[in-house]
Design a protein around this ligand. Structure first.
Ligand code: ADP
Ligand code: AMP
Length: 206
């Protein structure tokens, strides 16, 4: 099954993707992770992406669509995939329709007023990418899953988060209507305990 995880920055896409990917055996493909990996390795794509991710703007469609099109050709995607953070605007959604079939779009719904605090308090594992929140870490500095070191993303600051939420409202939110019209959208309430949200997702995917 080809699944897209839709939702504002901080809605819990990455957190739920880890769990969905494990339970359903689907590769988790996050365009944000791909860009951060390229930035870390100092590739040409990374150099370009950094100037956009640092400001909370979208990396140009041409580059982003090409990366996803190539990634979906990999053998691990032949029985399905879980896309997180793509598509993020109408153009990307239309491009995706040209190179893949979307079976389900899971929209994780969280009131935007909650997202600033979620994102500014997020800590991410350098090793496996798992997300945590400072409020629930109890002072721990290591990843519960793999023991990796936790860090704060450069774009998880008030100014950049403000931009990212604006970009979401203007460019990504219209995809809710796009996929509703196609009859593939399923919305899940993303407020509540992480495992509670996961249970709602499993119910929808069943
Ligand atoms: P996204 O991938 O959609 O940007 P993340 O999964 O990284 O979002 O989650 C953003 C922040 O919110 C992280 O700090 C994460 O620990 C926290 N978070 C995720 N799910 C929940 C939830 N159900 N309730 C409260 N906080 C959550
Ligand atoms: P994320 O990890 O999903 O929060 O994404 C982090 C940043 O990567 C975003 O703010 C964008 O700059 C960039 N990015 C991720 N996915 C896309 C996409 N589909 N299109 C354009 N830029 C993206």
């Amino acid at each position: 099954m080809n699944i897209i995880l839709l939702g504002a920055p901080g809605a819990g896409k990455g957190t739920q993707a880890t769990r969905i990917s494990e339970k359903f055996g689907l590769p988790h493909i996050s365009t944000g992770d791909i860009f951060r990996d390229n930035i870390k390795r100092g590739t040409e794509i990374g150099l370009l992406a950094k100037s956009y991710t640092d400001k909370g703007q979208l990396v140009p469609d041409e580059v982003t669509c090409k990366i996803v099109e190539e990634r979906l050709k990999a053998p691990d995607c032949k029985d399905g995939y879980l896309l997180d953070g793509f598509p993020r605007n109408l153009f990307q959604a239309q491009e995706l329709d040209k190179f893949s079939k979307v079976d389900a779009v899971l929209n994780i719904d969280v009131d935007l007023s909650l997202l600033m605090a979620r994102l500014c308090g997020r800590r991410v594992c350098k090793n496996c990418g798992e997300s945590y929140h400072v409020d629930f870490l109890g002072g721990k500095a290591d990843c519960e899953r793999c023991g990796g070191e936790l860090y704060q993303r450069k774009d998880d600051n008030e100014e950049t988060v403000g931009n990212r939420l604006r970009v979401y409202n203007e460019q990504t939110a219209p995809l809710i209507e796009y996929y509703t019209k196609k009859g593939v959208l399923r919305s899940v309430n993303g407020v509540g305990d992480i495992e509670e949200v996961f249970a709602r997702i499993c119910e929808v995917l069943r």
